[in-house]
Design a protein around this ligand. Structure first.
Ligand SMILES: Cc1cc2nc3c(=O)[nH]c(=O)nc-3n(C[C@H](O)[C@H](O)[C@H](O)COP(=O)(O)OP(=O)(O)OC[C@H]3O[C@@H](n4cnc5c(N)ncnc54)[C@H](O)[C@@H]3O)c2cc1C
Length: 461
């Protein structure tokens, strides 16, 4: 696609739509919006705009569509696969000023929000009402960015990903038209499910300007356990057996011993230097929780655990979860001068041990620091590497391993991305994963965005 460069005339026109204080061509603003949290190459946009109203978004898109100017939406820039990098330049729409919690409707367990709301800020407000919005990617992500990437987190095993927690969207299409998708109801069978189509579309089909999200009650009781194993295969088998036993943990995370070394050093924890499962149960009574913990211990014992700690206090557990959320950041601090890159494959839960074993074998004897962790209860594996930025041999080896792990995941009936989205880095796997249906995905893209202005260079190979 031939895109048009932004001219002085374009800027004059846009100044009629948006107050000129909220438009910038300043180099520091362009730089800030040229990267996300991934290793992908920066690409400078030509213009950054901070909209505050849906009419502004609509006016900008209508104009950009007529002029063939690319438009990339920007939430908080915490993506891990280049999703928000404006690879074809053009306009970045930064939603950080469109960040109003419009309404909390407690009695419906729903909240209406603008896309720039940071999900922790929403949860902070909801805390006093005994409610929360469950998807929790850990980084300070915007709800618009979470919707676009279909983000999830450590509690998605119980509450689902963002897709399961959004009921309604207001979206601006490439031609500037504003439409509503979904309903403020728990269920609907009415027509095609465009809501779910737009969730996870990475800003390539339309721009979210409002969302109704689903809220849940904060459970009264919780019980957290840490289980350590000498070998990671046994830890991963425990994951499968806990799930098969129907124990329904709220969180079931795996961290290999290398991750433990990092969180002990950087986050000041004092965990056993072994492969570790973090498990949390929630419930309405302490007795029910005790039964789950006892059964969980028996399963782990049969698999030869080295240590089983339970009854962890709330504050201590929070420190462990915070450290898990910040793992990527901590790896960067542990390996200064090296760059972080991570896989995000997911497989059916019964195949998780096989995948872990495969990843472990591939990384066992390499000199590049490698880490295995993930949302194990959902079969979601992150294999992270800390690579020397200028070392092409290291990058070559890491890319080869990432490709092999992704091929294996797809072969096991899985996906190249459980939660980070396709962005730039996973486009090469789309054909293998989706086969003939990729053609229909392209058709949908052409239908909604015939000029290809919305976040070009993403998802499709
Ligand atoms: C330390 C760390 C830990 C993380 N852990 C997790 C994790 O556990 N699980 C997980 O899922 N992710 C995780 N992530 C990745 C990241 O936080 C999520 O992908 C998040 O959803 C990105 O949100 P954002 O607001 O930063 O979006 P951005 O990065 O700004 O944008 C993401 C995508 O959304 C599009 N977009 C933004 N706003 C809109 C809008 N209004 N309308 C349409 N499209 C829009 C962008 O164009 C882009 O394609 C982690 C990241 C970091 C840095």
């Amino acid at each position: 696609m031939e895109y048009k460069k932004i001219t002085e005339e374009d800027i004059r026109f846009i100044q009629n739509i948006v107050d000129k204080d909220r438009i910038s061509q300043g180099i520091s603003n362009l730089n800030l919006h040229s990267i996300d949290q991934s290793h992908h190459k920066p690409s400078l946009p030509e213009l950054v705009i901070w909209p505050i109203k849906e009419e502004e978004v609509s006016g900008i898109l209508k104009y950009a569509n007529e002029r063939f100017i690319p438009v990339t939406a920007w939430g908080a820039g915490t993506s891990l696969e280049g999703n928000s990098i404006p690879v074809d330049k053009g306009i970045v729409l930064d939603f950080s000023m469109m960040n109003r919690i419009i309404q909390i409707r407690e009695e419906d367990f729903q909240a209406d929000v603008q896309p720039g709301v940071i999900y922790q800020d929403l949860n902070h407000k909801l805390r006093y009402k005994g409610l929360f919005f469950p998807p929790d990617p850990g980084a300070r992500a915007s709800i618009g960015g979470m919707i676009a990437n279909n983000a999830s987190g450590i509690r998605s095993i119980r509450y689902g990903s963002t897709r399961e927690n959004v009921l309604r969207l207001k979206v601006v299409l490439a031609n500037g038209q504003i439409i509503e998708l979904g309903k403020n109801t728990q269920k609907t069978s009415s027509g095609y499910d465009l809501l779910r189509l737009f969730i996870g579309s990475e800003g390539t089909l339309g721009i979210v300007v409002e969302a109704t999200v689903r809220l849940r009650g904060i459970p009264e009781h919780f019980s957290a356990c840490l289980v350590s194993f000498k070998d990671i295969y046994s830890a991963s088998k425990a994951v499968f057996q806990i799930m098969r036993a129907g124990l329904e943990p709220v969180c079931l995370e795996i961290m290999d011993s290398n991750c433990i070394k990092v969180v002990n050093r950087i986050n000041g924890l004092n965990l056993k230097h072994l492969h570790t499962l973090i498990i949390e149960f929630q419930g309405s009574s302490k007795e029910a929780l005790k039964d789950s913990v006892d059964m969980c211990e028996q399963i782990c014992k049969d698999l030869g655990y080295k240590e089983f700690i339970f009854g962890i206090e709330r504050d201590d557990y929070k420190r462990i979860i915070d450290a898990r959320h910040l793992l990527g950041e901590s790896m960067r601090k542990y390996h200064p001068g090296r760059v972080h890159t991570v896989t995000d494959v997911a497989v059916p839960i019964s195949r998780f041990p096989e995948l872990i074993l495969f990843a472990e074998k591939l990384t066992k004897n390499i000199k590049i620091p490698a880490y295995i962790f993930g949302h194990a209860g959902e079969g979601n594996l992150h294999l992270a590497f800390m690579v020397k930025e200028e070392d092409s041999e290291e990058w070559h080896l890491v890319d080869e391993i990432k490709d092999k792990v992704t091929d294996m995941a797809i072969k096991l009936g899985g996906t190249c991305t459980g939660e980070h989205g396709v962005g730039i880095g996973k486009r090469k796997y789309m054909e293998k994963e989706h086969g003939d249906s990729l053609f229909w995905m392209k058709k949908i893209k052409e239908l909604f965005d015939p000029h290809g202005i919305l976040n070009p260079g993403k998802i499709f190979p």
